[in-house]
Design a protein around this ligand. Sequence first.
Ligand code: ADP
Ligand code: 5GP
Length: 229
Amino acid sequence: MTTVFIISAPSGSGKSTLVDELRKQVSGLDFSVSYTTRHPRGSEQNGREYFFVSRDEFEEMIWKNEFLEYAQVYCKDYYGTARRFLRQAQDNGHDLLLDIDVQGAAQVKQRIPQAPSIFVLPPDRKTLEWRLKNRGSDSEEERRRRLDTARREIENYDKYDYILVNDRLEPSVDQLKAIVLSERMRHSGRPLSAEDQAAHAIAEQCRLSKVRDRVRPILDSFRDQQGQH
Ligand code: ADP
Ligand code: 5GP
């Protein structure tokens, strides 16, 4: 049975970096390449990071009911997951990872309630700002908009099953991998090895109920600096 994993994060939190590492380390996990009306950034290639389409093309896909979910992100561009990626993963007996925003995550959860969802948080607002700047792919205005959206998106963290605070990269990759493996074990029904149990324990530490105290100062760092640029 295909497990659909949802991963969301404010832009710049390091989600793409984490997902790239995860895909190197875990097999049988397909990645859905989304459709978007935004323009390619830097070295992005059509069909690799996204399928870059016009507004007309996107709206035609909506009309033909080709999306599992779609949303307008930053009140501007459309982003959507084509249903065909789920069909392909099911045909291949693979799991599927969806990198989508909070609006898309809510739509998928409604359709597939058992889909495990993961929210990646930066350690604090300053770090997020620094990472966005360091990535060097957005204009000042674009970064400002991403930070503003981040403040709003972060408030939705408690709608997710797992929270991953991406502080140091290596432990964060280990946590993400543990969540995926732990969810797979749950469906496998086989006895757990010592290694499985260790992964399960790491994943459990990322459960929403376990991280509320860790998340509070992160939320505060965004609320305190609201409006300060
Ligand atoms: P997102 O996909 O969430 O928008 P990226 O993966 O593009 O974010 O990461 C934003 C920037 O932060 C990149 O320059 C990336 O190399 C860097 N980065 C990601 N994770 C970490 C981390 N744990 N520590 C330091 N820098 C990181
Ligand atoms: P970016 O422009 O930085 O690549 O992505 C902006 C936001 O759009 C991110 O939060 C990303 O998760 C989200 N996103 C990417 N693809 C999809 C998608 O197919 N559906 C939805 N709802 N959001 C998406």
